[in-house]
Each structure stands twice: as structure tokens, then as C-alpha cells.
Write a protein that binds this ligand. Structure first.
Ligand SMILES: [Fe+2]
Length: 162
């Protein structure tokens, strides 16, 4: 392996079967994709909220950053939504119920952003395992790209909150 990227190293885990060892059904995968979609819908709202509410000198940089994250969540949600439809499911329309904490304090915002990205990475890790079990390379590649983006966000937020 000649790639120096720690991100690449982290995603070399190969999934040989679904986590339960049972044959993977589309229904289980659709449920997990809908879980990811619900988190993306929540992330979109949270980041848009923080982009509008962040106060102080850091607003100059963090408001655009939160706006970019909101757009990224919308884009991820779109990929996942289309995957649900392709698999014959109905995409959720409601965001995940985990509360979005209102604050104007950038440090609080970054803390909640980190928790959200870690949650997203965990959900997509599960999705990847399930997609591998149904042997759909296009879907696997699409979800892997999202998973890598979530890991990059986690790394960036860890540095911002250090
Ligand atoms: Fe995302």
C-alpha cells in the first residue's frame, strides 16, 4: 500500500458479510439508509441554524463554513434519498429527532458539529457494511465517498476544537 493517507488506511476495513451474518435484505438496508438520511436532514438544519446565529469575530470564518456544511449535508442526503428510491423504498421526510441545541457560542457550535459528524460517520460505516453484502458497486462507491467526507469533517472539527 503506497498511499500515505490516514483516511485511506482507516477505510481499508473490508466487509465480507452483513453485521448479523444473516442474508442482507433490501428492507434492512433501506432502513439504515433512511437513518442516514434523517441525520443528514438534521445536520442540514443544524448547520444552517449555526451559520445564521454564530456571533463574534469568528463569525467571519465560521458562518461560511457552517453554510458549506449545510450544503454538503443536503448533497449527501440527495444521494442517500435516491439510493432509497432505487432500492424500492420510501425516503424519510422528517429529520432525526435528536435535538438541535441553540447557541450563539462558536465553541458550543463546534462541539455539537463534531458530535454530529461522528454520528454520521458511524451510521455510514454501518451502511457500507450492508451495501457490500448486496454487492452493488455503484452504491458502495457513492456511500464510501460520503463516508470519507464525514471522516474528513471529523478530523477538521477535532483540530478546530483542540
Ligand atoms: Fe453528510
Amino acid at each position: 500500500m503506497d498511499s500515505p493517507s490516514h483516511l485511506n488506511t482507516r477505510v481499508q476495513v473490508q466487509f465480507r458479510s452483513c453485521p448479523t451474518g444473516e442474508p442482507m435484505s433490501n428492507a434492512a438496508l433501506i432502513d439504515q439508509l433512511n437513518e442516514a438520511l434523517a441525520w443528514e436532514l438534521r445536520a442540514m438544519n443544524m448547520y444552517a441554524h449555526y451559520a445564521a446565529n454564530v456571533r463574534g469575530i469568528h463569525r467571519l470564518q465560521l458562518s461560511p463554513m457552517f453554510s458549506t456544511e449545510a450544503t454538503e449535508s443536503m448533497d449527501h442526503g440527495d444521494v442517500v434519498r435516491r439510493a432509497v428510491v432505487k432500492l424500492g423504498g420510501v425516503p424519510v421526510t422528517e429529520r432525526h429527532p435528536e435535538p438541535i441545541v441553540h447557541t450563539t457560542d462558536f465553541k458550543e457550535m463546534l462541539k455539537h458539529s463534531l458530535a454530529t459528524e461522528q454520528q454520521a460517520a458511524s451510521v455510514y460505516h454501518e451502511v457500507l457494511a450492508m451495501v457490500e453484502a448486496i454487492d452493488d458497486q455503484d452504491l458502495y462507491d457513492a456511500i464510501e465517498q460520503i463516508y470519507l467526507a464525514e471522516l474528513r469533517s471529523v478530523d477538521g472539527l477535532l483540530m478546530l476544537t483542540d
